[in-house]
Design a binder for this molecule. Structure first.
Ligand code: KIV
Length: 269
C-alpha cells in the first residue's frame, strides 16, 4: 500500500489502518528541520526534551512555554510542510481548561504547529483534552514514563511490568482515545503491554522504549544521531555518530587555522 503523507490528524488513524509504521523525530531549530525535510520521516515533534538536550537542564521541568513556542516556530520555518507537533511544557496546561486552551492556541498561532502534545491522563487532563479537541486543537497524548512527572513517578523507569500496572496503562490509553487524541506517545512501557494496548486502540501509538509492536516510533534527535558522547540510552539506536564527526572536524579546523592552511586560495577573495 502506498504511504500517504500525514497532513491531518485523521491521516494518522488511516496510516495505522494501513499497517505502515509512523516515524517521528524531534527537532528544535530551522537547520534541523530543513534536514528532516529532506527525509521520508513522517512527522516532527518539538519536544520539551529540548530542556535537556539543547538547554542543558537536568530534566524537562525548567523549559518555558515561550521557549517551546519559539523553538517550534523555528522548526516550522525549516519544515513548512511536515506534520509538526508542539510539546506543551510542564505547568502550561495542568492548571485549568482556560489556561490549556489559551496556551494551545498560542502554540498553534505563533508557531503554526499542526497539533499539541501533553502528558498524562488523570481526570483533569482528560477533561482538558476533551475541551481542546472540541475547540479544534488536535492533541497527541503521552502515557507510561512521563518526564514532566518523573518526581512523582519515582524516577525514570519502565512501566507496565506488573499485571495491575499494565491494566492501568490500558485504561489510560482507552481514556485518552475516548477524550479525542489522534495519537499517543507510549514511553518506556514493556513490549507486551505496549503491544496489547496498541492492538486495542483505533488511534496509533508512537513508542519510545516500548518495543517494536507500536504503530510507530519516535526518537530524540540527539540520541538518533549520536550527538551526546556520554549519554547512550538503551532504548535508542544511534544511526550516526555525529559527536565524533563534529569533534574531529572542529579539531581539524583548529589545526588548519594554527598551521595557516585555512583559509586556502579557494576560500579567499
Ligand atoms: O520531549 C520529547 O522529546 C518527547 C519524546 C521523548 C517523545 O516527549
Amino acid at each position: 500500500m502506498e504511504k500517504k503523507k500525514l497532513k491531518y490528524p485523521s491521516d494518522w488513524i488511516q496510516r495505522k489502518q494501513s499497517g505502515i509504521p509512523i516515524s517521528v523525530i524531534t527537532a528544535y531549530d530551522a537547520s534541523m528541520a530543513r534536514l528532516a525535510e529532506h527525509t521520508s520521516v513522517d512527522a516532527i515533534l518539538t519536544g520539551d526534551s529540548l530542556s535537556m538536550v539543547v538547554q542543558g537542564n537536568q530534566s524537562t521541568l525548567p523549559v518555558t512555554l515561550d521557549e517551546m513556542i519559539y523553538h517550534s516556530r523555528l522548526v516550522r520555518q525549516g519544515a513548512p510542510d511536515r506534520f509538526l507537533i508542539g510539546d506543551l511544557p510542564f505547568g502550561s496546561y495542568q492548571e485549568s481548561e482556560e489556561k490549556a486552551l489559551h496556551n494551545s492556541f498560542r502554540m498553534m498561532k505563533e508557531s503554526r504547529t499542526d497539533a499539541v502534545k501533553m502528558e498524562g491522563c488523570d481526570l483533569t487532563t482528560l477533561k482538558i483534552i476533551e475541551k481542546l479537541v472540541r475547540s479544534g486543537v488536535p492533541v497527541m497524548g503521552h502515557i507510561g514514563l512521563l518526564p514532566q512527572s518523573y518526581l512523582s513517578q519515582g524516577g525514570y523507569r519502565v512501566h507496565g511490568k506488573s499485571e495491575s500496572d499494565a491494566k492501568i496503562l490500558m485504561q489510560s490509553a482507552k481514556d485518552l482515545e475516548s477524550a479525542g487524541v489522534f495519537s499517543m506517545i507510549m514511553e518506556y512501557i514493556t513490549e507486551t503491554a505496549a503491544r496489547e494496548i496498541t492492538d486495542s486502540l483505533t488511534v496509533p501509538t508512537i513508542g519510545i522504549g516500548s518495543g517494536k509492536f507500536t504503530s510507530g516510533q519516535v526518537l530524540v534527535w540527539h540520541d538518533a544521531l549520536g550527538m551526546e558522547t556520554d549519554f547512550k540510552p538503551r532504548h535508542a539506536k544511534r544511526y550516526a555518530n555525529l559527536d565524533k564527526i563534529i569533534v574531529d572536524a572542529l579539531n581539524e579546523f583548529d589545526r588548519e587555522v594554527k598551521d595557516r592552511n585555512f583559509p586556502g586560495k579557494e576560500n579567499s577573495f
